[in-house]
Write a protein that binds this ligand. Structure first.
Ligand SMILES: NC(=O)c1ccc[n+]([C@@H]2O[C@H](COP(=O)([O-])OP(=O)(O)OC[C@H]3O[C@@H](n4cnc5c(N)ncnc54)[C@H](O)[C@@H]3O)[C@@H](O)[C@H]2O)c1
Length: 415
């Protein structure tokens, strides 16, 4: 079996490499021609744990094609992993998915064998059945579930551990237009994964809703913990970290994600919540729960900015902010709460020099970017640890601070 992968970005390239590692011949295509050229060196074009080594290892199995039709024609299964940017109302755009399907459809028209199209991009519920299937049928003149199949197979991976997560998932979510298509995909994952994950096979719409629901549930836990910390601000002796640690041990609840901090950010969590709200209200459903999750997350930025402001008034205005990325071990700053707090602080103190340091990100702003942790904190009176990079969590650097000083550490108890 040969597999084509359309879209070789942060998720697509790792997926292609993992499929090749399982022994499949993988035909990769990306719309950016110069980027494809770069991939011919089999060196990772972006930072991702293990990607470089894996690309080198699978160079015999993973090939890059400039011609998307050829890639589709020579393969039996096409993975579509292209962007689905959020629109102003929170819904995802299908523009790039449709663009990719437009290339595959004429190939389906010509082929005499069954072709499986596997949509991995995160899409709005209803997209597969109401948009993609009719679109493919219209362009190819062939019938879904008979001449070709459609599966929806979103990933639950985290940037920085994409390969590890891909190879060892808790579950593989497979929405299928028909049993045969689902079976093909299940077999691919059984061969590719290092573990034996739960194969969640269902219809297309269930899979689309389940994908958003998983991320919404995780963020609900994050916002629960942060709401608790907002409430505990007004209660002497109450420690939200301890409370979350306790309640997480109830097996009905569980500890993952139940931890106060800065709130959630990054390329998936915020937009999946917004899309869920858009989807729920669009079908006349109750979206207030998810709206509250989003609101608590936004309040967290104001709450922490307020705490830093108060500390500046008390200790002095030499401020150092540690962290810009939305979580440690990544260069990504998309929808980063840390970055937003930095922006609010420079607005609040336009006259002060606010120093910022992050081991991987270097987002310019009205702050001074320090080249090292030492440069950032030397002489500081107020330090806020906004991203829990491990080098920030040890305390060696405290000796470089001015006295008196305060360190606002939102990650003191990482259970
Ligand atoms: N990266 C993640 O952690 C992650 C996790 C879960 C879900 N997703 C979803 O996966 C999808 C892709 O995400 P990503 O982070 O890999 O995006 P990305 O922007 O890193 O990569 C997308 C790639 O698709 C290419 N592309 C665009 N149109 C194309 C076309 N018509 N044909 C071929 N290639 C095309 C782009 O050039 C780019 O290289 C999105 O829907 C995203 O929500 C991503």
């Amino acid at each position: 079996m040969q597999i084509s992968v359309f879209g070789l970005g942060k998720l697509g390239l790792c997926t292609a490499a993992c499929l090749a590692r399982a022994g499949y011949r993988v035909l990769g295509f990306d719309i950016r021609g110069d980027y494809l050229e770069e991939l011919l060196s089999y060196r990772a074009p972006f930072e991702e744990t293990g990607l470089n080594a894996l690309l080198q290892k699978v160079r015999d199995k993973l090939v890059f094609y400039q011609d998307p039709e050829k890639a589709a024609m020579e393969s039996d299964v096409s993975f579509i992993i292209v962007p689905t940017p959020s629109q102003s109302n929170g819904a995802f755009s299908n523009e790039f998915v449709l663009q990719a399907l437009e290339t595959v459809a004429p190939v389906i028209a010509k082929k005499s064998t069954f072709h499986l199209i596997n949509i991995v991009s995160t899409v709005m519920p209803g997209s597969c059945e109401k948009i993609f299937v009719p679109f493919l049928e219209g362009l190819s003149g062939k019938k879904a579930s008979q001449d070709f199949g459609v599966t929806y197979n979103p990933e639950f991976i985290a940037i920085g551990s994409v390969i590890e997560n891909f190879l060892n998932p808790d579950l593989v979510l497979i929405g299928e237009s028909d049993k045969y298509s689902g079976k093909i995909l299940e077999e691919i994952y059984r061969r590719t994964c290092d573990n034996s994950p739960f194969m969640a096979r269902t219809n297309l719409i269930n899979a689309e809703i389940a994908k958003l629901s998983i991320n919404c549930f995780c963020t609900m836990k994050i916002s629960f913990a942060n709401n608790l910390s907002q409430i505990c601000d007004a209660v002497t002796g109450a420690r939200p970290e301890d409370i979350c640690h306790i309640i997480g041990h109830d097996s009905r609840i569980g500890t993952p994600y139940l931890q106060p901090g800065l709130g959630f950010g990054g390329p998936c969590f915020p937009r999946d919540n917004e899309a869920f709200v858009q989807f729920a209200s669009g079908v006349g459903g109750f979206a207030k729960l998810q709206e509250a999750v989003i609101e608590i997350n936004a309040r967290q930025v104001d709450r922490i900015t307020g705490q830093i402001k108060q500390a500046v008034e008390q200790y002095g205005n030499a401020v150092a902010l540690l962290g810009q990325t939305y979580k440690p071990n990544t260069y990504l700053t998309e929808r980063s709460q840390a970055l937003e707090i930095g922006c609010k602080l420079v607005e609040a103190f336009p006259e002060n020099e606010i120093r910022v340091y992050d081991p991987m990100a270097n987002v310019a702003g009205k702050w001074k970017l320090a080249d090292s942790l030492k440069e950032c904190v030397t002489g500081a009176r107020v330090v806020a640890i906004l991203t829990p990079w491990s080098e920030f969590l040890n305390t060696d650097w405290h000796r470089w601070l001015a006295n008196p000083h305060v360190v606002l550490n939102y990650w003191e108890e990482l259970y």
